[in-house]
Ligand binder design. Structure first.
Ligand code: HEC
Length: 394
């Protein structure tokens, strides 16, 4: 008996291990992205996100490396006053600082026998000098990436900083209208929402009608029709892009929201109909017979019986379709292009070909996750129930 118990515990270890491993490989990078999205640009560009956990005083590396000559307040060498913002502005990042320190002064190394700071230390020194000269304590975290992503600002400094300091010279408007500018995530969020809501409601509505008809209305050829519909699911979306965009060109639907709604509706329907038919078909037939005997029309049966009973299926379909349309890049790219950017399109543009823009990319990614998360947690109950709907039939 004792051995049984041991065996059982041992037998479970691999499963636990796999579960924990799977959770880790998802959670750790996501967590890293989250941290990156709230770090200042300069830090993102110089050091990894894990360095935020090394708890160092902001000025500790400075005291170790520079204070010996420049003094703790940076004022000891008059011609190189490190508390002077005009001087330190020439070395905004660790790279410039390190380049300066590698240059000799009068033929001798800048730092004498003191070892050069590592790139992490140099980044800390740079941000310490920035903070000391601007009179504010530079912090490890910031929300400015989110603001930059929302307005689509790709300047050297953050949008808010440039707005307060150089609005004139950079020709910035700095009012609420910037939130809707086509380069930013704010506008893209509205576009995505405007596409997703009809593209989620329409296919489910049609699928509920069709599912009811396939399950409870007797007409000729319904099995063949249903089989064709189910078979249609094998048609890959990519195959239809060219014919449909030619059709749209003739109908003037290219670049319109209507075109995207119709496309998503068409491609969402086969699966939705299949699921609705199976769900509605599994409802007890007595229910419908009783309703018909009482003189209920199909319409009454549909609105009074089917809709309330099918709520779990509708909700889970809704979540799936919503996520699918929200995360879609291909269809939006082909039919809307860059003129009406959606969130996925905007995210794909955040990183330049040189790899800069990580702070914007990560912030944008989290902005685009926000709504799906809310939807998921709001309907989570239905989600599990809906997945079970196909599995357990009574
Ligand atoms: C061994 C002494 C010594 C150490 C250590 C030292 N410096 Fe200096 N630094 C100098 C001297 C001397 C000058 C003035 C050079 C000149 O007048 O051209 C200077 C000049 C500078 C300047 C001004 C450059 C310019 O554009 O005029 C900066 C910025 C600077 N140091 C930063 C640092 C930082 C940051 C550290 C720590 C990582 C550091 N120094 C460590 C001696 C030192």
């Amino acid at each position: 008996m004792k051995r049984d118990k041991i065996n059982r515990v041992l037998g479970r270890i691999p499963t636990h291990f796999i579960v924990i491993f799977t959770i880790l490989i998802w959670v750790v990078p996501t967590f890293g992205l989250l941290i990156t999205s709230i770090r200042p640009v300069q830090d993102v560009n110089t050091t990894g996100w894990w360095t935020v956990f090394s708890s160092q005083e902001a000025n500790a590396p400075y005291i170790q490396s520079c204070a010996a000559c420049h003094g703790a307040d940076g004022k000891t060498i008059p011609q190189a006053d490190l508390s002077n913002p005009e001087l330190t502005a020439k070395y905004p990042r660790s790279l410039q600082l390190l380049a300066l320190l590698r240059k000799d002064i009068d033929g001798k190394p800048h730092m004498g026998d003191i070892p050069l700071p590592t790139s992490q230390e140099a980044a800390d020194i740079a941000s310490y000098l920035r903070g000391a000269s601007s009179g504010e304590v530079s912090s490890r975290f910031t929300t400015s990436n989110y603001v930059d992503a929302l307005v689509g600002y790709r300047g050297r400094n953050s949008y808010l900083q440039d707005c307060s300091e150089n609005a004139q010279s950079l020709d910035l408007k700095c009012d609420a209208s910037d939130l809707l500018n086509p380069r930013g995530m704010g506008r893209a969020f509205l576009n995505s929402l405007f596409i997703t809501i009809p593209a989620t409601i329409l296919p489910i509505l049609f699928a509920a009608f069709a599912g009811y008809a396939f399950a409870w209305m007797h007409f000729k050829g319904r099995f063949i029709l249903f089989a064709i519909l189910v078979g249609l699911q094998v048609v890959p979306l990519q195959m239809t892009l060219v014919p449909i965009s030619r059709l749209y060109a003739q109908m003037g639907l290219n670049g319109t929201f209507l075109g995207v709604w119709l496309f998503h509706t068409g491609f969402g329907m086969p699966y939705a109909i299949y699921l609705m038919r199976n769900f509605l078909g599994s409802l007890p037939s007595d229910l419908f017979e009783a309703a018909y005997l009482d003189g209920a029309s199909h319409w009454t049966a549909f609105t009074k019986l089917v809709i309330p009973l099918a709520m779990p299926a509708i909700a889970s379909l809704g979540i799936f379709q919503f996520l699918w349309v929200w995360n879609d890049l291909l269809v939006a790219l082909v039919f809307l292009g860059g003129t009406t950017p959606v969130m996925t399109y905007q995210i794909s543009n955040m990183v330049t070909s040189l790899g800069a823009g990580w702070h914007l990319l990560t912030a944008s990614a989290f902005l685009s996750m926000l709504l799906p998360m809310i939807v998921f947690f709001a309907f989570q109950r239905y989600f599990v129930r809906g997945m079970m709907a196909g599995a357990v039939k009574g």
